[in-house]
Design a protein around this ligand. Sequence first.
Ligand SMILES: [Zn+2]
Length: 135
Amino acid sequence: MKKPILFHLQRHADISGVSGTGRVADGVIWSDGTVAIRWLGDRPSTVVWDHIGHAKAVHGHGGSTEIVLADDPAARLARIAEAHQQETGPGGLTSGRCNECGEPSPCPTYTWATTNRDPLATWDPADDDTEETDQ
Ligand SMILES: [Zn+2]
């Protein structure tokens, strides 16, 4: 059973001139993939989307608004990144490969886990679940 994932929307540039910048909304991705966003500010409102991709299409503003995941997924990414460090052998010798998967370091998994997500990029919470079961 998937758990809901909390996030907030961080706006770096206010294209409309209405909402301001910074933390502009709180949201949750429910276990069935639907998304509820609570807009903050003077006239708060709640919007429900069928999928996070729909929210990104409407609110992403070409990358100026970032989806920031709350603690649990972020901590999980940090653990993944920690596991996929460059191998170090006795005497500090290294093969230059990932300790975990053997790919040249930094391996694709490390890069994935340490890269900020583009709000317009294809991303589904199910991808993270797949990654978790690989560990
Ligand atoms: Zn790796």
